[in-house]
Design a protein around this ligand. Structure first.
Ligand SMILES: *Cc1c(COP(=O)(O)O)cnc(C)c1O
Length: 384
């Protein structure tokens, strides 16, 4: 919800732009870190969800580490002051250059996804006279019941090491003198709202770590990844995810052995609700049996609806007319440039200000200049 001062400010500014509510970000982090403290868990924020400097600094100030999926994210995390001993680096396709950079940065762990990757990291580490700390990203073959493009833990997905590869992986680690195995890593998908998935994950992790212990391998760190979903339908009612239930399910289900550290990699659940894409209505166009509300924000600013069929709540902040249905679309020359179909909005006209909610994660970071459009600027609540 925005107050009248904010809405008045929005009307003065050039649109579209991202608006971040830093008070909500802090409230979210307060709740999240209270749970970390309660269970003595560690967290690494997934930079790919939102890498704006202001946001990174707040997250870092709460003591979170960084979860990176590219060499440039590792470099950004280090430059932004995240402690290298709290930086983890995942990804199925790490290039030699990226591996070198991360080795130079002395990060906590490479989360490795295949045998050939382990071999390359070993040989690069050896040529640099270093020992690389590696964790195995396991594919536990769990369906996260989320959109197929954001499921990552099923056997048909490209991510992780499947159980049938374990022996081969262990043989490789024993052979590679410049690798040190420090943990197991799991990340089964994103926008997971069915808590049973995490119950299942904990159970699978217990089975899998038992296999490693039975084979004489001590696992010091277990990283359960991110993936906790947010409420895209009712962001005003549920601005903060149910961290209490999430962590208590994990705590109840997971068998933790002596000396083990448990890690998480939250992305969306930290930053999604604090970000909104603010846009102006350019035209209302009468189509066949429907009305189009044409915004000045497009799929190049926020691609989630086009990419994942994501539904973001849309509010008209400046109209008080009676409710009507609109297809809310952007100006980009693609039919998939649509934020919503048959959306109920108060009667909408040119110049109205619309808010596309819950856009803080995988929004601005994915923006592009398609159609040679300018990139949207961002503003923070404390600036207005
Ligand atoms: C994207 C990603 C995350 C964060 O996922 P969210 O669903 O945003 O919490 C965590 N870990 C890894 C390895 C990722 O790729």
């Amino acid at each position: 919800m925005f107050n009248t001062n904010e809405i008045r400010e929005f009307q003065q500014l050039e649109t579209p732009f991202y608006y971040y509510d830093l008070a909500l970000l802090k409230r979210t982090l307060d709740k999240y870190t209270a749970n970390l403290k309660k269970y003595n868990y560690h967290a690494h924020y997934a930079l790919k969800a939102n890498a704006n400097e202001r946001i990174l600094q707040i997250i870092r100030s709460y003591g979170l580490g960084a979860d990176c999926v590219s060499g440039n994210e590792v470099a950004l995390a280090l430059k932004s002051g995240f402690d290298p001993s709290m930086v983890v680096y995942a990804g199925v396709g790490k290039s030699d250059k990226e591996i070198k950079m991360a080795l130079e940065g002395d990060i906590f762990s490479f989360n490795c996804e295949s045998v050939p990757e382990l071999e390359i990291i070993n040989s690069i580490a050896s040529s640099m006279g270093k020992v690389a700390s590696v964790s195995l990203r396991i594919n536990p073959d769990i369906d996260a019941h989320t959109h197929k493009y954001i499921s990552t833990g099923r056997s048909q997905d490209k991510f992780g090491i499947s159980t049938w590869m374990f022996q081969d992986v262990i043989d490789t680690i024993h052979k590679c003198q410049n690798l040190k195995l420090v943990g197991l890593h799991f990340h089964v998908g994103s926008q997971i709202t069915d808590m049973k998935v995490f119950e299942m994950l904990a159970k699978r992790v217990n089975e899998i770590q038992r296999w490693f212990f039975d084979n004489g391998i001590v696992i010091e760190n277990i990283n359960l990844g991110g993936g906790l979903g947010i409420d895209y339908e009712n962001p005003d009612k549920n601005p903060v995810s149910d961290f209490d239930t999430y962590f208590s399910i994990i705590n109840k289900g997971l068998e933790v052995r002596g000396g083990q550290h448990i890690h998480f990699e939250p992305g969306r659940t930290i930053v999604a609700q604090c970000g909104t894409l603010i846009s102006r209505v350019l035209y209302v166009k009468i189509g066949k049996g429907k009305k189009f509300a044409i915004l000045d924000a497009g799929m190049n600013d926020l691609i989630r609806p086009a990419l994942y069929q994501a539904k973001h709540k849309i509010d008209n902040l400046t109209s008080k007319g009676r409710n009507m249905r609109y297809d809310v679309v952007g100006p980009v020359c693609e039919s998939s440039d649509r934020f919503g179909k048959n959306i109920l909005l108060p009667e909408t006209k040119r110049g109205d200000i619309c808010a596309i909610k819950s856009a803080g994660a995988y929004g601005q970071v994915m923006a592009m200049k398609y159609n040679q459009r300018d990139l949207a600027l961002e503003y923070y609540s404390e600036e207005l």
